[in-house]
Design a binder for this molecule. Structure first.
Ligand SMILES: [Zn+2]
Length: 439
């Protein structure tokens, strides 16, 4: 059924122009309706004055004082780490050992996994995130649980079985099967999950080596072979987050020219391969990202919390590889895209060499919506409100708090309005999240 919304609208009018094409319509009309496949998509967007007569028969919900914007895209988040948020540790490796690994072991239990998946998916939506690339655990139960909850809400979600067959507690490692090694069994289970879930409605599968140090050569080689057999399946992992982690990876894979190159050597760098962090790169690594089509999930709240370092925006842009924003909960400190965008601004400040803003609010917003979608290979599908995009959007209240109300009333430009929301906003701003369901 067609439905129209009259509100202020924010979208990117020409994705080829990136954040510079950010468009704001103070009194706008958004029309959504089913496409030929029955998926609810955007049918028209523009000023109310220009469109209202053409769509006069469509029921209109009037949302005065509200802003409709694309649903946010979270490029890297750990569903089994919801309880790990805010755990104190001196750095990545002790944080994994003391908090994350013990919690993830609980996801072998289907009931625990289902209850956690329910909370996790609701929390994403409550914060305005309508597409997520998420880690599960090394237990198939956790993958099934998360897919099932996303499917029930018809939201776009990508996840996969965490591959780890060494260097973690035994209960968290992939288990051997009858006559198969743990590595072989983990790949058999991954392929079964691809066949069960990938392409079902809005769901997608990601081949998910946790990070190179927790996989044997055999597991990484098998993951690369699986990725070659299923080119439209995603790959997700971590790289170059922390200097101790890098030193460890280099001792385990000395034949590779860098930590990132380890993944290339096993066939795990390609389009639709998403690597979290990508902090401690040199230009050879950056060129490897660009040439392979792999992209970075920048996780600024996590990087600041764990003291991992600062993503080098200038380096990434100079060499030219793709990236977008991510919460990285539970290393990250918030599900809120507003907190992530603000942290990205701080990170951009660190590497600032030119005068002016390190990252404009339009750039930050782009990196968490249309830019992130493009990096995932989902440009024109989600993250924007151009006609044909799946109708995932948020209804924002720019007066959600007393301070926001005062501040946004003074905004004299789109830049000032968006910056106020990024700096002062959180889940209170997100009044409603709409997922474009199949009808
Ligand atoms: Zn992560």
């Amino acid at each position: 059924m067609q439905q129209a919304y009259r509100a202020s609208l924010l979208w990117f009018a020409d994705p080829a122009q990136g954040p510079a094409s950010a468009r704001y319509e103070e009194d706008g009309l958004l029309v959504v309706g089913p496409n030929a496949q029955g998926q609810q998509v955007v049918q028209a967007i523009g000023s109310w004055r220009a469109l209202s007569s053409q769509y006069g028969q469509v029921p209109v919900e009037h949302l005065p004082g509200r802003i409709i914007a694309p649903g946010f895209v979270d490029m890297h988040v750990h569903f089994p780490q919801t309880h790990v948020i805010g755990s104190p540790a001196s750095g990545l490796l002790p944080w994994l050992e003391n908090y994350t690994f013990p919690e993830e072991q609980r996801f072998a239990d289907a009931h625990y996994a289902a209850e956690s998946a329910t909370f996790f998916v609701d929390e994403l939506l409550r914060n305005g995130v309508t597409t997520a690339l998420a880690f599960a655990t090394s237990h198939s139960t956790s993958v099934d649980a998360l897919f099932a909850q996303a499917q029930a809400r018809q939201m776009r979600l990508i996840t996969g079985l965490c591959l780890m067959d060494r260097h973690a507690p035994a209960a968290l490692l992939n288990q051997p099967g009858v006559g198969t090694s743990a590595a072989e069994q983990s790949l058999v289970e991954s392929e079964a999950l691809i066949q069960r879930w990938h392409g079902q409605g809005r769901l997608g599968y990601a081949i998910t080596p946790r990070f190179a140090p927790t996989s044997t050569d055999a597991q990484l080689r098998g993951a690369g072979a699986l990725a070659a057999r299923y080119p439209d399946v995603w790959i997700q992992s971590h790289v170059a987050e922390n200097k101790d982690e890098i030193a460890w990876a280099r001792t385990l894979f000395p034949q590779s020219t860098s930590y990132l190159a380890t993944y290339a050597d096993f066939g795990l760098l390609r389009e639709r391969a998403v690597y979290a962090h990508c902090i401690h790169f040199d230009d050879a690594d950056r060129a490897l990202m660009r040439e392979s089509g792999a992209v970075a999930a920048i996780s600024p709240t996590s990087n600041l919390f764990l003291g991992s370092g600062f993503f080098d925006y200038a380096g990434a842009d100079r060499v030219g590889f793709g990236y977008g924003l991510a919460s990285d909960v539970g290393g990250g400190t918030s599900f809120s895209p507003f907190h992530t965008m603000l942290a990205a601004y701080y990170v951009g400040r660190e590497g600032q060499t030119k005068t002016g803003l390190s990252l404009t609010p339009q750039q930050l917003w782009w990196q968490h919506t249309a830019g992130a979608a493009q990096a995932l290979g989902l440009g024109g599908v989600v993250g924007n409100l151009l006609p044909g995009c799946e109708a995932d959007f948020v209804v924002l209240n720019p007066r959600a708090t007393p301070l926001l109300a005062r501040k946004t009333a003074l905004a004299g430009s789109l830049e000032e309005l968006l910056f106020s929301l990024i700096v002062l906003g959180d889940d209170r701003v997100v009044e409603r999240t709409v997922v474009g369901q199949a009808v």
